[in-house]
Write a protein that binds this ligand. Structure first.
Ligand SMILES: [Zn+2]
Length: 204
């Protein structure tokens, strides 16, 4: 387990802020089990609603987090470092908001600091926060980029997301192996062709 994974696995599981009781949520899951033709009372399924709630607390933990907390600690003693910082191949798992099906892929992220930098694991945490919500890949890509730009007040951000959508590979048109690629740029990575190239080269 590397440092980034270790930090993420230590994230506390919180209750969601809503007015739906755990019992109501479990009841809804029992109803879905019935709807697919199952018997929610049989041995193997009895504890399933409880286990699903536990899993959902983890898969959707992003609703309980905010970027201000994740990116609050920055470092300014970097000797005026002003070049691009990139982190590539950060794996993520999310769920598409249209079908509740998994989206599994990688995020590549880069930014050009304006005096302050952020710890590497915080970039991974930011990605996790947005991935652990129901998502649309285009939206997640822009959210990661815009949040980093706003909170770090950096000179530019680049985000590329590559992912497989299970709503497309296991149902509907059933195209396996198709990878969707989205990208979002801000500041000089958006406006300076050379900088955009540098970013794309460093993550390729
Ligand atoms: Zn979908």
């Amino acid at each position: 387990m590397n440092i980034v994974e270790k930090n993420l696995s230590e994230a506390p599981e919180k209750e969601f802020r809503n007015d739906v009781s755990n019992d109501d949520a479990k009841q809804a899951l029992r109803l879905l089990l019935k709807w697919i033709g199952e018997n929610p009372e049989r041995e193997g399924l009895k504890e399933t609603p409880k286990r699903v709630l536990k899993a959902y607390r983890e898969w959707f933990a992003g609703y309980n987090q905010n970027p201000g907390d994740i990116l609050s600690k920055t470092f300014e003693e970097v000797e005026g470092y002003r070049e691009m910082i990139t982190l590539k191949d950060v794996t993520f798992q999310s769920f598409c908001e249209h079908h509740f099906a998994p989206i599994i892929g990688k995020v590549h992220i880069g930014y050009i600091p304006n005096n302050k930098v952020v710890g590497l694991s915080k970039l991974a945490r930011l990605i996790e926060m947005f991935a652990r919500r129901l998502q649309v890949q285009e939206k997640m890509t822009a959210e990661i980029g815009n949040t980093l730009q706003t909170h770090l007040d950096c000179l530019g951000v680049g985000v590329v997301v590559e992912a497989e959508h299970h709503c497309m590979c296991s149902r509907g048109i059933k195209k396996q192996g198709a990878v969707m690629k989205t990208m979002h740029f801000t500041g000089i990575i958006l406006n300076d062709f050379e900088k955009k190239n540098e970013f794309m080269r460093s993550i390729s």
